[in-house]
Ligand binder design. Structure first.
Ligand SMILES: Nc1ncnc2c1ncn2[C@@H]1O[C@H](COP(=O)(O)OP(=O)(O)O)[C@@H](O)[C@H]1O
Ligand SMILES: [Mg+2]
Length: 253
């Protein structure tokens, strides 16, 4: 199992959107995919159509070792499974900070099911929390979606700092797949200045980490998620390009 964490230390950077498209595209190709919702806001759980019942285990119980990992996994589609969350996930913070190396907890748990899946995709929370640290600690590959804006650049700087800190602590031994510009705005064939300048700044900040083909500003991504359709089915196959590039890279790893 190859584990990819989508992380970026701010809301609205495209973590959940990217997680969903990558998971669904890999599942459609026939790979067995485990999605992990590590954000207490639980957007991923919602968009994948899973409703957490009060007596059913979620990522919280999995992290706290109250259940077997398998018992926290639910089928949400063809080749697609989910460890869901709800707002109770916040209660994992104290457990993780009290357990010494909190950053390695999720990775250790996921190892128990690594033979069952080919890829695991983790949707990380926007705050620099213990939960966030453990999602990066669990990753073989980290993908950093970043809005093409000043808020996005700030998120990128803070996310790269966090990755480096975990590397220094030997809690992250994977690599950064790339920075994924999000909401890149174009009018016809002209790129908005803000987008152009932000993506140029991303290149400087990222210091050799690849800047991937960007996700364009478009309502179609939201529409595809809401309607459970692919961008191809909505008549916008070209918008899939950034995800196809990432899927290709993951497959050859
Ligand atoms: N290509 C896009 N252009 C504009 N808005 C988008 C696009 N893709 C997604 N969105 C919207 O942007 C918002 C933030 O995306 P999301 O993936 O939830 O970010 P995060 O998980 O980092 O908070 C959501 O409301 C989503 O519907
Ligand atoms: Mg999200």
């Amino acid at each position: 199992m190859l584990t990819l964490t989508c992380t970026s230390l701010s809301g609205g950077q495209g973590k959940t959107t990217t997680s969903i498209f990558l998971g669904k595209m890999l599942a459609e190709e026939g790979h067995r995919i485990l999605m992990v919702d590590a954000d207490p806001q639980s957007s991923l759980t919602f968009y994948l159509g899973h409703e957490v019942q009060s007596n059913q285990p979620t990522l919280l119980e999995v992290l706290k070792k109250q259940v077997k990992v398998e018992d926290g996994i639910y089928e949400v589609g063809n080749n697609l499974w989910l460890i869901p969350s709800d707002d109770a996930l916040d209660n994992a913070q104290d457990f993780l900070s009290g357990s010494g190396m909190g950053a390695v907890v999720l990775g250790k748990r996921l190892k128990e099911v690594s033979k069952l899946f080919e890829f695991c995709i983790i949707d990380a929370p926007p705050q620099r929390s213990q939960i966030c640290l453990t999602t990066v600690g669990a990753a073989d590959k980290v993908l950093i979606p970043v809005e093409a804006s000043s808020k996005g650049l700030n998120s990128l700087i803070r996310t790269l700092d966090l990755v480096r800190e975990l590397q220094d602590m030997d809690a992250f031994s994977g690599s950064v797949l790339g920075v994924l510009p999000f909401r890149d705005r174009w009018t016809g064939r002209t790129q908005a200045n803000q987008s152009k300048n932000s993506i140029a700044a991303m290149k400087e900040i990222a210091h050799g980490i690849p800047i991937l083909p960007s996700i364009l500003e478009s309502e179609q991504y939201k529409k595809a998620i809401d309607q459970g359709k692919t961008l191809l089915q909505l008549g916008h196959p070209q918008l899939e390009y950034p995800f196809i590039q990432i899927v290709d890279q993951l497959r050859t790893k």
